[in-house]
Write a protein that binds this ligand. Structure first.
Ligand SMILES: Nc1ncnc2c1ncn2[C@@H]1O[C@H](COP(=O)(O)OP(=O)(O)OP(=O)(O)O)[C@@H](O)[C@H]1O
Length: 302
């Protein structure tokens, strides 16, 4: 049996005037899958998400969401199966959290009875009767998530979901995301945060409107084949002078130096520095997400 993708995009482009902001993107996301879209500011991430939601129409290409044209469907039953958490979620400051959620539940034609359970799920039950104007950034974001969860959506779009959140709030987001996926919901998130991206099955890297790579993080790391850095802390800089005179080794300050090596040379490099006198600590630092994006976009441009 073929499983229909929840999100299907083929040759999707968006042009404003003469400028393409999304160009020829193909993307297919299966039920229960989570894909993170990453890329620099202005890469076209939000535009892609808005087209998938049917909020703006593509200039070219084909989009199907839950098997239907998202722009062509006005039916509430279709909209109820979609959840969206925008980047800068804004609610009326004068309303309580409970009132806000009930307001959105009415708009989405979802039974009001579910709202208290959702407030509990996002850890806001204690503040349900407080005005949103008194909420912290994290609390407003939690309320945004509760709003996106109304109607038990089959597909969720999360734009920068955890920006500005503390560790506990982030973890709550990740727990909810894991539950949704276990229940077969599809997640598409746009993010700059590594911890968000690590939740995803695949990462789609965008650059100037094009999707330059898409795959699981370990696969992208292999593809980019970037060196990793080994940072060595010593108690006495002089003891390591001879070793650090070799090419590719760089002192950061009097008591720390760094060397780079290929992933398969890691063990050997660690072994050689651990034999030096006065080594206090060794840190192995894989390429950052920014390094990875830069390298893959550079390779795609060549
Ligand atoms: N209505 C519009 N008219 C003209 N240009 C637009 C319009 N909407 C977006 N753009 C341009 O399209 C490009 C992509 O914007 P988009 O918001 O999709 O980027 P993004 O990757 O989501 O960026 P960020 O990380 O900053 O949110 C930008 O250069 C933006 O200025």
């Amino acid at each position: 049996m073929t499983i229909l993708p929840t999100i299907f995009m083929q040759g999707v482009s968006k042009r404003y005037g003469d400028t393409y902001v999304v160009r020829d993107v193909d993307l297919s996301v299966a039920p229960g899958e989570c894909v993170a879209i990453v890329g620099h500011n202005g890469a076209g991430k939000s535009t892609l998400v808005k087209m998938a939601l049917g909020l703006i129409a593509p200039t070219a290409g084909r989009i199907a969401l839950l098997g239907e044209d998202p722009a062509g469907r006005e039916a509430m039953a279709f909209r109820r199966r979609i959840g969206f958490l925008p980047e800068n979620v804004a609610f009326s400051a004068a309303m309580t959290g409970r009132e806000v959620l009930r307001f959105y539940a009415r708009l989405k034609q979802v039974p009001l009875g579910v709202t208290d359970r959702l407030l509990e799920r996002v850890g806001l039950a204690h503040a349900a009767r407080r005005r949103v104007g008194t909420y912290s950034k994290g609390m407003r974001q939690r309320l945004g998530l509760a709003q996106a969860l109304l109607g038990e959506p089959r597909v969720l779009f999360l734009d920068e979901p955890t920006t500005g959140l503390d560790i506990e709030s982030r973890q709550m987001f990740y727990d909810v995301m894991a539950e949704l996926r276990a229940a077969g919901a599809t997640l598409l998130l746009s993010s700059h945060a590594l911890s968000d991206i690590e939740q995803a099955d695949r990462i789609a890297i965008m650059k100037a409107g094009r999707m330059v790579a898409c795959g699981p993080l370990p696969e992208l790391r292999r593809l980019a084949d970037l060196p990793l850095r080994i940072r060595v802390h010593v108690v006495d800089g002089n003891a390591a002078r001879e070793f650090t005179a070799r090419p590719g080794v760089q002192w950061l300050d009097d008591l720390r130096f760094e060397l780079t090596c290929a992933d398969d040379g890691k063990i050997e490099a660690i072994r050689s520095v651990s034999l030096l006198q006065g080594v206090r600590d060794i840190e192995v630092m894989p390429p950052t997400l920014v390094d990875l994006c830069d390298e893959l976009t550079r390779e795609a441009a060549e």
